[in-house]
Design a protein around this ligand. Structure first.
Ligand code: NAD
Length: 481
C-alpha cells in the first residue's frame, strides 16, 4: 500500500490555517504497519486560546447565530455536498489513521447527519408563542453559545454526531480531535472554506488531554460535548461544575447481547459478532457481553468460537478484511492484558487470545472469545475496547438475564433475541440502556442515541440531539403584543 502522506502546517482558526505556536510536530501512524501517514503541528494551550477567541467573537459579533435556520440549513447541505466529493479521501484517511476496515470507513462520514439536521430546520419551532398560566409568552430555542466538541480517535466521523446539530442551532464551535486522528478534519476545513462558512464558526485544534482541558476550563466556552472514556468524562464534568458549564457526555459501554432460550442463533450469533467486532472492537456500542441460557450454552460457545476463529483478520485496506489492527500499542497492550486477566479469573479462551502469528509490525489483537465468564469478572464489567467477547451463562428465566444485563455500571447499547419478538420486546423494556434492538443491531441517526448510567449524559441524533445545543429563552408578553 502506498500512502499519500499528509504533512500539515497549522490549525484551522478563524476561517484559515493559522501558524502553530510551537515547532514540535506529531507523526500520525498507520496502525497496521506503523508507517507514518502524515504529520501535524503539536498544539499547545495557546493555540486553543486563539481558537476559543475566534469562536467567541464569531458568536458575539458574527452573523452565524443571527442567520435564519433555513439559511444555516443551506450551508449544512453545501458542506455535505463538499464532503461527498471527497468520500474516497476521507475513507482512506480513516483507515490510514485508525485501521478501520475500508469497507466500513467508506460508509462513515456523517454526511447523512448534516442532511438530517438541515432538513430538521424546517420542522423545529425556533420561536413559539405559547399560552402560559397568566398570559402569552414567546418560547425561543436560542443557541447555547460557543460549543467545545471533544472527540476520540476510534471513528473520525464521531465529530458529525455533534457538529451538524451545533451548527443548525446557531452555535459557534471549537473542535478538538485526538492527536491520533487529526488529518481528516483538515479535509473538513477545506470544505468549510470552499462553501464560505463565516470565519470562526468552526475552529479545529487537534491535541492531547491537556489541550482538551484548556478548552474545558475556558470560561468563554458555554458548552462541552464530549465523546470518550467514562474516566475522562468524569473529570470534565467535575471541572465544569465550578462555572455550571453545560455538558453532554457520550462515554463507554459494556453492552449485552441477550439470547433468550428460543433465540434464533443462526441470525443472533453472526449479528452479535458483527456488533462486537465493529471497527476492530473499538466501538462504544460493541456487544461485548453475550448472555446465553445454560440449556444452549455449549452450542453458543462452540458456534461463536468457530465463527470468530474464522474471521478474516488483516490489512484494513483490503475490502474483505473484517477485523484490522487496534489503534496503537497502548490499546493492544491493554486488550492483551484484559485477556490475561480473564484467564486468571477462570475464563476459557476458545478463540483468539493473542496476536496473529504473521504480524511483526503494527498493533494487532486476534478477535477473541472468552467462555465461562461470570458477570462479576472484570472482563464482564470493564470496557476492553478490542474484539473480545465474553460469553456468560445464565440459569433461570428471562428475569435472570435482565438482572445480569442490568448489573453493569454502563448502559449504552444492546440486543435481545427470541423467536417471539413480543417476548424480546418485554425484555428490552426492562433493560437500563440507551438503545437496544429486538432481534438485530440497528443504529438510526433519526432516533436519539446516548447512555444511561455511566455511559453518558444527554443524547445525540434525532430531534433530541439538537437539544444539546439549545438554550430556551422565555419572553413574557404584555397583553396586546
Ligand atoms: P479518552 O477519554 O482518553 O479521550 C477522548 C478525547 O478526549 C480525546 O480527544 C482526548 O484528547 C480528550 N481528553 C482526554 N482527557 C481529557 C480531559 N481531561 N479534558 C479534556 N479533554 C480530554 O478516550 P479515547 O481513549 O480517545 O476513546 C475511547 C473511549 O471513547 C472509549 O471508552 C469509548 O467507549 C468511548 N467512546 C464513546 C462513544 C459514545 O458515543 N458513547 C463513542 C466512541 C467512543
Amino acid at each position: 500500500m502506498t500512502f499519500d502522506r499528509r504533512d500539515i502546517d497549522g490549525f484551522f482558526i478563524n476561517g484559515a490555517l493559522r501558524a502553530p505556536s510551537s515547532n514540535e510536530r506529531i507523526d500520525v501512524i498507520h496502525p497496521a504497519n506503523e508507517e507514518v501517514v502524515g504529520s501535524v503541528p503539536k498544539s499547545t494551550p495557546d493555540d486553543m486560546v486563539a481558537a476559543v477567541d475566534a469562536a467567541r467573537r464569531a458568536f458575539d459579533d458574527g452573523p452565524w447565530p443571527r442567520t435564519p435556520p433555513q439559511e444555516r440549513a443551506e450551508m449544512l447541505r453545501a458542506i455535505a455536498d463538499g464532503m461527498e466529493k471527497r468520500v474516497d479521501d476521507l475513507a482512506w484517511l480513516s483507515t490510514a489513521q485508525t485501521g478501520m476496515p475500508i469497507a466500513l470507513a467508506r460508509q462513515s462520514h456523517g454526511l447523512e447527519l448534516l442532511r438530517f439536521y438541515a432538513a430538521l430546520a424546517n420542522d423545529v419551532p425556533w420561536e413559539e408563542r405559547r399560552r402560559g398560566m397568566s398570559g402569552d409568552g414567546l418560547v425561543r430555542r436560542t443557541p447555547v453559545g460557543v460549543a467545545g466538541l471533544i472527540v476520540p480517535w476510534n471513528a473520525p466521523s464521531l465529530l458529525m454526531n455533534k457538529l451538524p446539530a451545533a451548527l443548525i442551532a446557531g452555535c459557534t464551535t471549537v473542535v478538538k480531535p485526538s492527536p491520533e486522528t487529526p488529518l481528516d478534519t483538515y479535509v473538513l476545513a477545506e470544505v468549510l472554506q470552499e462553501v464560505g462558512l463565516p470565519p470562526g464558526v468552526v475552529n479545529i485544534v487537534a491535541g492531547d488531554a491537556a489541550v482538551g482541558q484548556q478548552l474545558v476550563d475556558d470560561p468563554a466556552v458555554d458548552k462541552i460535548s464530549f465523546t470518550g472514556s467514562t474516566e475522562s468524562g468524569r473529570k470534565i464534568m467535575a471541572r465544569l461544575a465550578g462555572r455550571i458549564g453545560r455538558v453532554s457526555l457520550e462515554l463507554g459501554g459494556k453492552s449485552a447481547s441477550i439470547l433468550l432460550d428460543d433465540a434464533p442463533l443462526e441470525s443472533a450469533l453472526p449479528v452479535t459478532i458483527a456488533g462486537s467486532c465493529l471497527n476492530n472492537g473499538q466501538a462504544c456500542i460493541a456487544l461485548s457481553r453475550v448472555l446465553a441460557p445454560r440449556s444452549r450454552y455449549e452450542e453458543v460457545v462452540d458456534t461463536l468460537a468457530a465463527m470468530v476463529g474464522g474471521l478474516p483478520v488483516g490489512d484494513p485496506f483490503d475490502e474483505s478484511t473484517f477485523v484490522g489492527p487496534v489503534v496503537n500499542a497502548k490499546q493492544r497492550d491493554r486488550a492483551l492484558s484484559y485477556i490475561d486477566i480473564g484467564r486468571s479469573e477462570g475464563a476459557r479462551v476458545v478463540a483468539g487470545g493473542g496476536t496473529p502469528p504473521d504480524r511483526d509490525k503494527g498493533f494487532w489483537v486476534q478477535p477473541t472469545v472468552l467462555a465461562d465468564v461470570r458477570n462479576d469478572m472484570r472482563v464482564a464489567q470493564e470496557e476492553i475496547f478490542a474484539a473480545v467477547i465474553s460469553v456468560i451463562p445464565y440459569d433461570g428465566g428471562d428475569d435472570t438475564a435482565v438482572a445480569m444485563a442490568n448489573d453493569s455500571r454502563y448502559g449504552l447499547s444492546g440486543a435481545v433475541w427470541s423467536a417471539n419478538p413480543q417476548r424480546a420486546l418485554d425484555v428490552a423494556r426492562k433493560i437500563r440502556t440507551g438503545t437496544i434492538t429486538v432481534n438485530g443491531f440497528i443504529y438510526d441517526i433519526g432516533l436519539p442515541f446516548g447512555g444511561f448510567k455511566q455511559s453518558g449524559v444527554g443524547r445525540e441524533w434525532g430531534l433530541e440531539g439538537l437539544e444539546a445545543y439549545v438554550e430556551y429563552q422565555t419572553i413574557n408578553l404584555p397583553e396586546g403584543l
